[in-house]
Design a protein around this ligand. Structure first.
Ligand code: HEC
Ligand code: HEC
Length: 254
């Protein structure tokens, strides 16, 4: 058991949860591991959905939890298809955060889908946006990438897929608001480095490869500073005329 707990905080998770934070979060991990153990060994779940997701919320919070060195993203209100894709991605090795891999490695598709649907239907206010980037050049470059893209380098505007309000598009494209710039930048960097993948064709990998380090910084800072609109719900989709094809694992029932 102890080795499972230690493993949850090493590897991928260690990048996000710095050493000194491990101690302050370790009680959560104990709760998590104990609560998930019956599911992990295949016992039929007898709990309510609220009980089942308690361990998830202990780590993720309702609005996400910002650590000095990283971020545990919010789950509430994201499209169910997107959340389900991520849970399967962790289980099948396309995303490699160690704690998350341990969380889902023994869970069946239906169980993952039920949790994805649960979080998708929660409506929790977003945290306030960050301050705009102090560097005007970065701010301008970030805005242009998000709203117009860079046709010369074949980079489509983020808004074309993530929605005009950047609140996501059903069924599989997440909103980008309410996420701090260092989380956004870490995800784009991971795609570029090949340590985060999505189901093929992996459009975000192709896009991240076309972004420079400065672009990643600019677009992440700009997005994190956008005010959260009154209506944060994802747009009914799918994305009209997507500039590139994006893959998804088959959703249950498809
Ligand atoms: C020990 C802490 C921890 C626990 C417990 C935990 N998570 Fe996570 N989760 C994370 C971290 C850290 C990330 C970000 C990983 C990364 O950067 O790739 C993450 C990412 C995710 C993502 C991807 C979100 C996105 O926007 O891409 C989903 C979905 C998710 N977790 C669902 C769950 C569910 C469901 C549970 C409960 C069964 C759970 N998590 C329990 C730490 C945790
Ligand atoms: C062609 C459509 C498309 C375009 C254009 C696009 N995205 Fe995405 N993006 C997606 C899809 C689909 C996903 C979900 C991928 C998955 O399943 O992991 C995603 C996921 C992401 C995530 C992960 C969010 C999280 O919670 O972990 C980030 C960050 C992101 N995109 C940033 C951007 C930025 C910045 C741009 C503009 C430079 C952009 N995207 C342009 C389709 C697109």
């Amino acid at each position: 058991m102890l080795s499972v707990l230690k493993a949850a905080y090493s590897g991928g998770a260690g990048k996000v949860l710095k050493q000194r934070r491990i101690c302050t979060l370790s009680w959560r991990t104990v709760v998590v591991a104990l609560a998930l153990l019956p599911a992990a060994v295949g016992a039929p779940p007898t709990d309510s959905m609220e009980q089942r997701v308690q361990p998830c919320i202990a780590c993720h919070g309702e609005q996400g939890i910002d650590l000095e060195s990283g971020y545990v993203p919010r789950l509430h209100g994201k499209p169910a298809g997107y959340l389900y894709n991520q849970l399967v991605n962790f289980r099948e090795g396309r995303r490699n955060n160690r704690a998350m891999v341990i969380m889902v490695s023994h869970l069946a598709d239906d169980y993952l889908w039920e949790m994805a649907e649960y979080f998708a239907t929660r409506d929790v206010p977003y945290p306030p946006p960050a301050s705009p980037p102090a560097n005007a050049q970065l701010a301008t470059r970030g805005r242009i990438l998000a709203t117009e893209g860079d046709p010369a380098r074949d980079i489509p505007a983020c808004q074309t897929c993530h929605g005009e309000r950047l609140t996501g598009v059903l069924p599989n494209t997440p909103g980008l608001l309410g996420l701090p710039s260092h989380y956004l930048a870490a995800q784009l960097g991971a795609w570029r480095a090949g340590t985060r993948e999505a189901a093929a064709p992996d459009c975000m990998h192709a896009i991240a490869e076309r972004l420079t380090g400065m672009d990643i910084q600019a677009v992440s800072l700009w997005i994190a500073a956008q005010p959260v609109p009154a209506d944060t719900s994802p747009i009914a989709g799918p994305v009209a005329e997507p500039p590139m094809e994006c893959g998804s694992v088959p959703l249950p029932g498809q």
